[in-house]
Design a protein around this ligand. Structure first.
Ligand code: SF4
Length: 337
């Protein structure tokens, strides 16, 4: 069996004693024509297709379920019977973005999120991350969606807690002979693991960083995100500033708006004061209700946005991808169990 790595493609072609152009042909089928079935690789001799199919598989994962809504689709990618992860394909005007999960389950325990509930984090391998991207590309192609151009590692899990596999995935995504997606089209999200943000800055990579902030003071942030007990806002913002200095990339701060919890004008002023002077963008996220949790979506998105803009903060509002695909983190996987 082989997966999606160049090394394994080499191993397959060497095992069968194939000329190097055959490897290129197979690679083109897999990465450029989005074909994972050897029998469909029509420029290979029939006997070779048969041999390949008997001895290898392009991937052992499969898309077990798809939920669609206008502009987005959530794929459940199954690696093994009890190892199913979520990958979301979001279609924009002229491109699609893939949202990849970095872990199965999550240990971060954000109180407004369904993903961590009941599932301890298991790191996904760099190959499993790459396979999500590969399935998403095939899906986009088959559905006639715009080509996949951007990646956000923002699905279930904490990417920086799976650091080495994340780097392996970024390398695969960048590789011109594989996915050929440039670093400036990749965004890695984090709850704010300060040492790992510094480590990422030191790698020499220049991917975008999105930090889940959700509160502008330590006390409220600790209530919403246990990780805030480990790293103060001051340390977090200082690490983010260094990240921008090292990479030239402006940091995005994610802020999920929870009704009556963090969405008042006072919270907005506090946030604007906290970020004053930072080269950053605030991304306001509409909350998708999570069954069993008491948080409700904010009704003040526009007012909150105005408070920030009036104080010179750059703001965007994330398009709501809707409860109709159970798009809030982790819900589809939980529902299927
Ligand atoms: S929001 Fe992200 S980091 Fe927080 S618990 Fe959910 S999956 Fe984990």
């Amino acid at each position: 069996m082989f997966g999606l790595t160049d090394r394994e493609l080499d191993r397959a072609t060497n095992t069968l004693g194939l000329a190097s152009y055959r490897k290129d042909q197979i690679r083109q089928w897999i990465y450029e024509k989005h074909v994972g079935d050897f029998s469909l690789m029509t420029n290979l001799p029939a006997q070779l297709r048969q041999q390949l199919a008997q001895q290898f598989a392009v991937t052992e994962s499969r898309v077990a379920e798809v939920q669609k809504t206008a502009g987005a689709a959530k794929l459940l990618v199954e690696f093994a019977k009890d190892l199913v992860v979520e990958t979301v394909v979001i279609s924009y005007r002229s491109w699609s973005t893939v949202c990849v999960s970095s872990q199965f389950g999550c240990d971060m325990g954000c109180v407004f999120c369904a993903s961590g509930v009941g599932s301890p984090a298991v790191n996904l391998s760099s190959q499993q991350l790459a396979e999500q991207l590969w399935h998403a590309r095939i899906f986009a192609n088959q559905q006639g969606l715009n080509p996949v151009r951007n990646i956000v590692v923002m699905g279930v899990g904490e990417p920086l807690a799976n650091f080495d596999n994340l780097l392996g995935f970024i390398s695969a995504a960048n590789d011109p002979s594989r996915f050929a997606i440039g670093q400036r089209r990749i965004t890695v999200s984090t709850v704010g693991l300060v040492p790992q943000i510094k480590k990422l800055a030191d790698t020499g990579l220049a991917v975008y960083l999105a930090v889940s902030l959700h509160a502008a003071n330590d006390e409220l942030r600790r209530r919403l995100m246990p990780v805030a007990g480990r790293h103060s806002l001051q340390d977090l913002l200082s690490a983010c500033r260094k990240y921008t200095e090292a990479t030239g990339r402006r940091v995005t701060y994610e802020y999920v708006l929870l009704r009556g919890v963090n969405d008042t004008d006072t919270h907005g002023v506090e946030l604007a004061n906290l970020l004053k002077g930072h080269n950053c963008l605030v991304n306001l996220i509409p909350f998708n209700a999570v069954p069993g949790l008491s948080f409700a979506p904010s009704l003040r998105t526009e007012e909150f946005r105005r408070v920030l803009e009036q104080r010179g903060i750059n703001v965007t509002t994330r398009r709501s991808l809707g409860g109709d695909v159970s798009a809030a983190c982790g819900q589809l996987r939980n529902r299927r169990k």
